[in-house]
Design a protein around this ligand. Structure first.
Ligand SMILES: Cc1cc2nc3c(=O)[nH]c(=O)nc-3n(C[C@H](O)[C@H](O)[C@H](O)COP(=O)(O)OP(=O)(O)OC[C@H]3O[C@@H](n4cnc5c(N)ncnc54)[C@H](O)[C@@H]3O)c2cc1C
Length: 468
């Protein structure tokens, strides 16, 4: 592997967001120097920045993602809690309304879900990642207000990144090249890697896309007035007969975030009055009732592109040596399943483990790491795409018998999960990314799902917790 003039191995990470910071953590100790190229200038406080437009919307970190995050940067989950993140056990503190009724509130403490605004989460992770890097033998430099505009190298090997400063002046802003032994693309859902490939004389990687046509609209509230803060978070996902949903969860500082969603033809409005009216049209009036006493403390923000999309950089020959893609740049998910950040963390962990197993950055390591990153994303992909299939353009019509059977089974299983402690536990293990999807086919789960009679869920959101 090429060495640079200072005699060390170097990496450039494109994007200083969540996946970028976790890539730094994974690479520390395996290269001598890392340069992070971030288009934005980080704000002084824990506030919104343009480079992460989805940050206005509700973000939860599943238990699988928390475990990965804490393995990469021990103590980060506690640090997030100290920064105000709310830890909600599923289903005790966050109940779901299914098509057949409300889920029972089992006191199952295996799956804490962290609910916090994105600016806080990103700032805490960034601060801890850079602090850990400062204590490692790897030198880390962050170039803020610097945009990656291309790659250097050829079809066989990437040798660096072309960057341009975004600091003042406009006009000239010359391009320059940052050489690197490894380039990690962590530039998020807007990654231009396929276009950069073309400039290197490569074909774009194969891409899969499954789009339910879902749109989001989100507003922050401060509960109060006649209706005090609700005791539990509420999730009313859409279902085919009522494809509109609402999620209402506490975040830091006593505020709550309400995200409304709907598939094509049911997009939630961003007009204030219409937003409130829309909340009454989801599958249950409970959230709308809660809003009566809540004071809005933000405008309504919309978001449209929520498709599941993955690019197969891991396929044989699909990536040049020295180039790796992580986080949303690699795979995006319909956000209603709350998986993207967890998958970014699981992918970074897979990178770190591959580097450790390979004895560092050697020829072939990036291809191995890219395969590990793809494997880490696979369970989330299967869950999201399976759940979205009924809403895609072709609906069930295009699905084969196997897929239709899976959709039928998952529908039955999720209805059972709402009322059955055992099936519910397995369902959460898989959807919280702590167990492989095969857990749902375990004999005990299969028998309970298929043989036990269908029973409705509860008629109202449960006030009482059901102890074991
Ligand atoms: C509406 C919505 C709601 C979501 N809710 C959840 C949820 O509840 N739970 C969950 O786990 N996930 C959720 N997600 C997914 C989550 O937002 C992403 O998975 C996560 O942000 C991925 O991190 P990332 O670092 O790959 O990308 P990002 O967080 O988007 O960061 C990309 C970074 O790259 C920088 N950048 C971009 N281009 C360049 C360039 N050319 N040069 C230099 N820098 C560049 C950007 O400024 C940014 O800092 C949601 C997504 C959406 C759209």
């Amino acid at each position: 592997m090429a060495e640079h003039t200072d005699g060390g191995r170097t990496a450039v990470v494109i994007g200083g967001g969540l996946a970028g910071m976790l890539a730094v953590t994974a690479l520390c100790g395996h290269v001598d120097a890392i340069t992070v190229v971030e288009r934005d200038r980080y704000p002084a406080g824990q506030v919104f920045r343009k480079g992460v437009p989805q940050a206005r919307h509700l973000h939860v970190l599943l238990s699988g993602g928390q475990r990965a995050l804490d393995r990469l940067l021990p103590g980060t989950v506690d640090a997030l809690t100290a920064a105000g993140a709310r830890s909600l056990y599923l289903p005790r503190d966050l109940v779901t309304r299914t098509p057949t009724g409300w889920q029972r509130r089992f006191d199952d403490r295996r799956h804490p879900t962290l609910s916090v605004t994105r600016p806080v989460l990103d700032a805490v992770v960034r601060e801890r990642a850079l602090r850990a890097a400062a204590g490692s033998p790897t030198r880390v430099e962050v170039l803020e207000a610097t945009e990656a505009v291309g790659l250097t190298g050829d079809a066989r090997r990437v040798t660096g990144v072309k960057v341009r400063s975004r600091n003042g002046g406009g006009g000239g802003r010359p391009e320059r090249a940052l050489p690197a032994d490894l380039v990690v693309d962590a530039s998020g859902r807007g990654s231009r890697a396929p276009r950069w490939y073309a400039a290197l004389g490569r074909e774009a990687p194969q891409e899969e896309s499954v789009d339910s046509g879902l749109a989001y609209a989100t507003r922050m509230y401060r509960p109060g007035g006649p209706a005090a803060a609700p005791e539990i978070g509420v999730n009313i996902p859409g279902w085919p007969e009522c494809p509109r949903g609402a999620v209402y969860v506490p975040v830091e500082d006593g505020n709550w975030l309400l995200t409304l969603s709907g598939v094509r033809g049911h997009h939630p409005p961003t007009d204030h009055a219409e937003f409130t009216a829309f909340s009454a049209t989801v599958g249950d009036p409970y959230v709308h009732e809660l809003l009566a006493g809540a004071e809005p403390v933000s405008p309504v923000h919309g978001f449209r592109d929520t498709r599941n999309r993955r690019r197969h950089f891991e396929r044989p020959g699909a990536a040049p040596e020295g180039f790796l893609v992580l986080g949303d740049a690699n795979c995006t998910f319909n956000p209603v399943y709350g998986q993207g950040m967890s998958v970014a963390a699981l992918g970074a962990l897979a990178l770190r483990d591959t580097l450790a197993d390979s004895g560092g950055l050697r020829p072939g390591t990036t291809a191995r790491a890219q395969r590990a990153v793809a494997r880490a994303a696979e369970p989330a992909w299967l869950a999201a795409v399976g759940a979205d299939r009924p809403y895609t353009d072709g609906g069930d019509g295009r699905a084969g018998l196997g897929e239709r059977l899976t959709t039928w089974y998952i529908g039955r299983l999720s209805a059972r999960a709402a009322i059955d402690r055992v099936v519910g536990g397995a369902f959460r293990d898989v959807f919280c990314l702590t167990a492989p999807p095969s857990r749902l086919m375990a004999p005990r789960i299969l028998l309970r799902t298929v043989l036990l009679p269908r029973r409705p869920g509860l008629p109202r959101p449960p006030a009482a917790v059901e102890r074991a």
